[in-house]
Design a protein around this ligand. Structure first.
Ligand code: SF4
Length: 160
């Protein structure tokens, strides 16, 4: 069913809630009380992962209904959503961004490049994977991961 027709017929924009994520809810979810503020950091991505993150927060996939909300400052954030291989120029800004977040905090690496440098492994400007620069709590594989997978990872963090 086309989206506009669906809205006309059902009055709803968002897809029905997908099943609960396969992985366990993180132990830290209890500390966040079912709601997290999320700061995105592009550490050197091709922008493909950003497009899918934007999709995860659009009205169709709607990550906000599970308690995840985007914020503009790491000082307001509980979760850093980091994409891309970490370039040499972004290594220190990434370290500082994570250090600026309060405790408790989590780092979620999104995409194959964040996990293992992916297509850019061995590149002259690449410092390493996200885990080489800051501690990573949760990984979302894929090139790029689908919005459903990003939402599922955030649901593991919020426990909703
Ligand atoms: S994982 Fe794929 S889509 Fe994401 S930054 Fe790397 S190359 Fe781009």
């Amino acid at each position: 069913m086309g989206l506009l027709r669906k809205i006309r017929e059902t009055g709803r924009v968002a897809e029905a809630a997908p099943p609960a994520p396969a992985g366990d809810v993180l132990a830290s979810a209890r500390e966040f009380g079912g709601s997290v503020q999320v700061r995105c950091v592009d550490a050197g991505s091709c922008n493909g992962c950003e497009i899918e993150i934007a999709g995860a927060f659009n009205p169709v996939y709607d990550a906000e209904r599970y308690g995840a909300r985007l914020v503009a400052s790491p000082r307001h954030a509980d979760v850093a959503l980091v994409t891309g291989p970490v370039t040499r120029n972004m290594a220190e800004p990434l370290r500082r961004t994570v250090a600026a977040m309060g405790e408790p905090r989590l780092v979620v690496a999104v995409g194959d490049c964040a996990l293992s440098c992916g297509e850019f492994a061995g590149g002259y400007g690449v410092e390493g994977s996200v885990g080489d620069v800051v501690p990573v709590n949760l990984e979302v594989p894929g090139c790029p991961p689908r919005p459903e997978e990003i939402v599922a990872a955030l649901r593991r963090v919020t426990g909703r």
